[in-house]
Every structure is written in structure tokens, then in C-alpha cells.
Ligand binder design. Structure first.
Ligand code: GTP
Length: 373
């Protein structure tokens, strides 16, 4: 049975998440969508704002979805599925709108690790709404919003009507640098073509290889060679206190000089991404060893891990999706398309030394000393 696609809409406070959701619910071609919303405080504000509030909308009102109500989230989803099985509800897709402060990672964990949910749901992408008017300042002010951008499969650029075209373009370029593999789409008061929004997560086992490769999007990450922005680079020698970041040049959080002069560079530089393409099959034991070591050493700092794997001894590819220390069970695709067999691995992380990560990936080119398979 196909798993129901689930889209996570995230983005900072006031970015335009509810506006996007409303536009989506008004779009008849979007299909039958069950919506899970969350809000801070006692008033179900978001709930009231959703245009078509139906039985399919579940309001979580006991706090932030990411930290305190994960049990509620699971219950909300389970109740949707129970009603669906009983024929009381019909939906083909679930959309979760997070609060502006939510870190999407724990929510993705919940979806992956909760027994039963993983079998019924398929992550169809993290959509992060980015406000062109306030977004640059928001990215400067807090790392949470930088992470929301870095984790995204799709970035929706909102409120471009409130800025000049060149401001919008500069913001878009900054987003592209933070999330090189993400699709960036402009929304006019939430209106976005559905094909831009949906279908950009990890494919299901019925999915095709090109879809999986588009999701991993290794070439985009290979191109992001992550130079330090010129301003940060020129100021780095003057930074005080412990250094930090990809080349040990970025200041540690709180370093007063750069915080005062170049705050934008500080948070953005904590995000790094690497990708590698493997022409030969990867030995499953080496893949396991590499993943376990990576997770044990740097699990909390891995925002996303995406891979299409040609595993030695298997005639079809696997898709692997990880968020922090949780790796989704590999999905085996039905076939390769054409003769071009390659593995592609992308890792997006925070405070991860890029060179060390690239070195670690080299282990995937080796074979175990004793073949235990
Ligand atoms: N000018 C303009 N305003 C917009 C656009 N999109 C959203 N807004 C406005 O921005 C404000 C915040 O939008 P919401 O959709 O409520 O934002 P949100 O991310 O759901 O907000 P929280 O749930 O509080 O985090 C509202 O007043 C919207 O009407 C846009 O494209 N242009």
C-alpha cells in the first residue's frame, strides 16, 4: 500500500505559513488535504485562520509542536488514520504547519521513529516559508531560522511585493547559498503552483530513480564550495575568543566583534554541506560503519542526510534519508533507469568540518577486511 505523503510547512514567526496553507486549501486541484496545525497560547488563532476548517484539521493547543507535544502530534496523526480506515475521513495528503519557533528536526524524528507512522506516512518534503521583507534580519538574529532554511527541500519566498526586486534577489541568493539543493519558489500571498510545492521529498518504493536523484541533488551541493563571505573573511583574523566553523576562521557564537559588524555571516557560516558521487558499488558493511560512526560522533549536528545508494550485491538502488541521529529505514527502488549506476550522498550539517566529512566519505570507497556477507 502506498504511504500517504506528508509535507511539513515551517518558517519563522509571521513568515506567511498560514497564508500559504490557506491558499493551498482553497486550491481545488490540491486534492484532499488533512491539516495539522499548532499554535502557542490558548487561542486557536491558526485554527480560525484556516479557511476550510473541517474535521480533517487537528489543532494541537498544548504548546510548541517540536518540544512538548510530540505525543500529541503522534495522537493527532494516528486519529486521522483511524478515521480514514473507518471511512469517516478521506484524504490523500497531510500537511503539518509548525509554529514559527519550531525546529523541524524533532518533528521529522517523531514521524520516522514512531512505530506504525513510518509505514503509513512518507515525508514529502520540508517546505520553509521565508519572508523577503523581514527574512534577512530574522536570519541574522537567530540560528533557528537558518536551520529551517538549511533543512528545506522547498523554500517559499513570501512578501516579495514589500521589497525591491534587487532586495528580493539578494535574499534569494542568500537562501540558495544556505540550501543549495532546495527548490526556491516565489509566492504571491501564498499562491504557489502545487507542482513546485509537493513531490520533492524522498521517493517511495514506487518512485523512480530520477525523482530520487533530484531529491538528493548532489550536484548542487558539490557546487557550493562554501567560501567564507568576503566580509567575514577579511574580519576573521580580528575575531576574538575561540574560533569556530568550517576553516576555524569563523568566530564562535557570541564573539563580540563579528556580532557587531557582520552578524549575517556568523549564523550562515555554521551551515555546511558536502556531497560525493561514487562510481562503484558501496559495500553495505562500509555504509553501516560509516553511518554509525558519523551518527555517534556528530549525530545532533546533522540536519539532513540524503542518499541514493548502489549497494554491492543488490541490483536496484536504495534511498536513504536521515535527520540528525535518526535514519529512516532504506527504501529500495524498483529499478535503475538506464545504465548510469552511481551512488550519491549529501550531508547538510551545522558546525561540521567540511574537509573531515569529505574524508570520512572516502571510507565508502573501501571494502571490509573480512567479507562477512
Ligand atoms: N504583503 C504581503 N503580506 C503577506 C504575504 N504573505 C503573508 N502576508 C501577511 O503576513 C502576515 C503573517 O502571515 P501568516 O500567514 O499569518 O504568517 P505565519 O507564518 O503563519 O505566522 P505565525 O503562525 O504567527 O508564525 C499576515 O498579515 C499575512 O497577510 C505576501 O506575500 N505579501
Amino acid at each position: 500500500m502506498s504511504r500517504i505523503p506528508l509535507t511539513l510547512i515551517t518558517g519563522y514567526l509571521g513568515a506567511g505559513k498560514t497564508t500559504l496553507l490557506n491558499a493551498l486549501l482553497r486550491d481545488a486541484s490540491a486534492g484532499r488535504i488533512a491539516v495539522v496545525v499548532n499554535e502557542f497560547g490558548d487561542v486557536g488563532l491558526d485554527h480560525d485562520l484556516i479557511v476550510e476548517t473541517t474535521e480533517e484539521t487537528v489543532l494541537l493547543s498544548s504548546g510548541c509542536m517540536c518540544c512538548t507535544v510530540r505525543g500529541d502530534l503522534v495522537q493527532a496523526l494516528e486519529s486521522l488514520f483511524e478515521k480514514r480506515s473507518a471511512g469517516k475521513l478521506a484524504f490523500d495528503r497531510i500537511v503539518i504547519e509548525t509554529t514559527g519557533l519550531a525546529d523541524p528536526a524533532p518533528i521529522l524524528h517523531t514521524l520516522i521513529v514512531t512505530p506504525g507512522l513510518g509505514a503509513t506516512l512518507r515525508m514529502d518534503g520540508v517546505v520553509t516559508v521565508c519572508d523577503a521583507a523581514h527574512g534577512p534580519a530574522t536570519l541574522d538574529a537567530g540560528f533557528e531560522s537558518v536551520q529551517q532554511v538549511a533543512m528545506a527541500d522547498v523554500l517559499v519566498l513570501s512578501k516579495t511585493d514589500l521589497v525591491t526586486p534587487s532586495q528580493a534577489e539578494r535574499f534569494r541568493a542568500r537562501l540558495a547559498a544556505l540550501a543549495p539543493g532546495a527548490r526556491i519558489v516565489t509566492a504571491t500571498r501564498g499562491a504557489v503552483p502545487l507542482t513546485e510545492l509537493f513531490g520533492h521529498g524522498a521517493p517511495d518504493m514506487n518512485g523512480a530513480l530520477p525523482e530520487a536523484e533530484a531529491w538528493v541533488n548532489a550536484p548542487a551541493y558539490a557546487l557550493s564550495s562554501l567560501p567564507l563571505p568576503p566580509l567575514a573573511k577579511s574580519l576573521a583574523p580580528f575575531a576574538t575568543g575561540p574560533t569556530h566553523g568550517l576553516f576555524g576562521l569563523a568566530p564562535a557564537p557570541g564573539s563580540s566583534l563579528l556580532a557587531a559588524i557582520a552578524p549575517a555571516a556568523r549564523h550562515d557560516d555554521r551551515i555546511s554541506s558536502v556531497s560525493m558521487v561514487f562510481d562503484d558499488p558501496i559495500h553495505p558493511i562500509m555504509l553501516d560503519i560509516w553511518m554509525e560512526t558519523l551518527i555517534a560522533a556528530r549525530g545532533p549536528d546533522i540536519l539532513r542526510l540524503k542518499a541514493v545508494i548502489w549497494a554491492d550485491g543488490f541490483d536496484t538502488p536504495f534511498v536513504i534519508h536521515g535527520v540528525q541521529h535518526i535514519i529512516d529505514p532504506p527504501i529500495r527502488l524498483a529499478r535503475w533507469s538506464g545504465e548510469d549506476r552511481k551512488s550519491r550522498v549529501v550531508i547538510i550539517g551545522r558546525d561540521l568540518p567540511r574537509e573531515a566529512l569529505l574524508d570520512s566519505l572516502e571510507v565508502l570507497k573501501t571494502r571490509p577486511m573480512v567479507n562477512a556477507r
